[in-house]
Design a protein around this ligand. Structure first.
Ligand SMILES: [Zn+2]
Length: 134
């Protein structure tokens, strides 16, 4: 687009230079107008360039933010809340630990061994995400 504008402007400039009355007020005014338009084209092109750079930058930030949201969301999902059957303490555990059957989960308050079977049953309706009972 800018190349075409510059060509048009150069053509007008050529017309002005080819006329006989170089020193007339009209010619001078037109010459000034051409200079001003030239400056405007330059300024607009610079702005366009910076706008493009900004758009690319914002897109990169948006991508990074998406990655962060994904990580944060995954972390939230992996945490599981269960309730100690002995003292009623709410215990947050990693769901990866729950799936590991060799691991013993202890209530941090009364040190009762928490039954992993119970935990799996609770998983469906008592996840951290519903936020109840905390
Ligand atoms: Zn307990």
């Amino acid at each position: 687009m800018y190349e075409r504008l510059r060509r048009e402007l150069a053509y007008i400039q050529g017309l002005l230079e080819g006329t006989q009355k170089q020193d007339s007020i009209e010619q001078k005014a037109l010459g000034r107008l051409v200079d001003i338009i030239d400056e405007l084209i330059e300024a607009t092109q610079q702005m366009d360039k910076r706008q493009l750079e900004l758009e690319e930058y914002v897109e990169a930030i948006d991508d990074d933010l998406n990655d962060l949201e994904l990580v944060a969301y995954e972390d939230e999902e992996e945490m599981l809340e269960l309730i100690c059957p002995e003292c009623g303490e709410h215990v947050l555990v990693d769901s990866a630990d729950v799936e590991d059957e060799t691991m013993e989960l202890l209530c941090p308050k009364c040190h009762t061994v928490l039954d992993i079977e119970d935990v799996s049953d609770q998983e469906e309706n008592d996840t951290v995400e519903d936020g109840e009972g905390i």
